[in-house]
Write a protein that binds this ligand. Sequence first.
Ligand SMILES: NC(=O)c1ccc[n+]([C@@H]2O[C@H](COP(=O)([O-])OP(=O)(O)OC[C@H]3O[C@@H](n4cnc5c(N)ncnc54)[C@H](OP(=O)(O)O)[C@@H]3O)[C@@H](O)[C@H]2O)c1
Length: 264
Amino acid sequence: MKLINKTILITGASSGIGRQTAIDLAKLGNTLILIGRNKKRLEEVKKKCNKYAVNYKIGTSYIICDVSNEKNVKEACKLVFEKYNKVDVLINNAGYGEKRSFLKTSTKNFKDMFDTNYFGIIYFTKAILPSMLKRKYGHIVNIGSIVSKMAVPDMSAYCSTKFAVMGLTESLRHEVDGTGVNVSIVMPGSTDTNFFKNDTFKGSMPGKNREVIKTITPKEVTDRIIYAIEHNRFEVYAPRQFKGVMSLKNNFPRIYWKMIKKML
Ligand SMILES: NC(=O)c1ccc[n+]([C@@H]2O[C@H](COP(=O)([O-])OP(=O)(O)OC[C@H]3O[C@@H](n4cnc5c(N)ncnc54)[C@H](OP(=O)(O)O)[C@@H]3O)[C@@H](O)[C@H]2O)c1
């Protein structure tokens, strides 16, 4: 799909990867629907996007919506279809992580994170996929993580949600094959956003050796999201070098485990 003149809904558009992706897609000539909870930040992103949309009849807008609340999501999508009539691309990006050992992660911590990182995707996909199937056109991108395939210690809740996103996306891929609708999972590594700014990280990243884990920019992730859509790729790593690490895990697991143990 060529990303121009498309109507694109992006969750978690108020910050980090979602914000950057919204702005870059607006620059390419697309209309964005921004989803998030922080009105002030959404307003700022909307203004930035609309700078590039002056020639379009309907510009970028935002809807305040908690993705973990199914009723909220249904209401938001109703508004979307009333105003825009269609969604060509759905980017399920909203999510958060926390750093805690397994025993310090309460059952509620697990459930809350699943509500946002996993069920948020379920709610939006259920609300939008039927219209894409009807039009035989559309692309859904789920933002997983490198930990969708390679779990790290002290983030069992987060890794579980992102492994679940992988399973969901792969299963959906089979189901929509040949319908005109495509699905992708984009898996970023550590990215410089507000993600690590909550108290549980206390300025640190998972693992002891922060310096050995390269952090990428939101822009690098956005480029990979655009690549996934324009080239219809199912699994996309950001950066792409992670593909090599995955291949090491699959083909030479003992070397992988030695290496990862040293790193973490
Ligand atoms: N940063 C990384 O290292 C990294 C690596 C791999 C994957 N990821 C994934 O990338 C995605 C974006 O994260 P980021 O790094 O850009 O972090 P971020 O800067 O903290 O942005 C997170 C976004 O998610 C939104 N969000 C969170 N909970 C929400 C909820 N219940 N309802 C609606 N919106 C919600 C936030 O919006 P509001 O605050 O306005 O609600 C914000 O726009 C997440 O899925 C994350 O798991 C991040």
